[in-house]
Design a protein. Structure first.
Length: 82
């Protein structure tokens, strides 16, 4: 993780909150920035990659560390709805 990455800790939140808060953060993110999302909801392993595709971002990494999931998301251009 780089010191310029935006970190979003959503541990303890249940579906649909992790994906909703990740969407909100992505829509505020400037192009070229990295968002690192950590959560504990197992459904996020399906939901967040789907959200990343819908938002036109790129999923650089999806990792599981015990009960924690971590996603590294890059925004190369602003989504069309912004």
């Amino acid at each position: 993780m780089d010191e310029t990455d935006i970190v979003l800790d959503l541990s303890g939140l249940k579906c649909p909150l992790p994906v909703l808060r990740t969407r909100k953060a992505l829509r505020r993110l400037a192009a070229g920035r990295i968002l690192v999302v950590t959560c504990t909801d197992p459904l996020a392993m399906i939901d967040i990659p789907n959200l990343v595709r819908e938002e036109g971002a790129r999923l650089d990494a999806a990792e599981r560390h015990g009960d924690r999931l971590r996603f590294r998301i890059a925004l190369s251009a602003k989504p069309p709805h912004s």
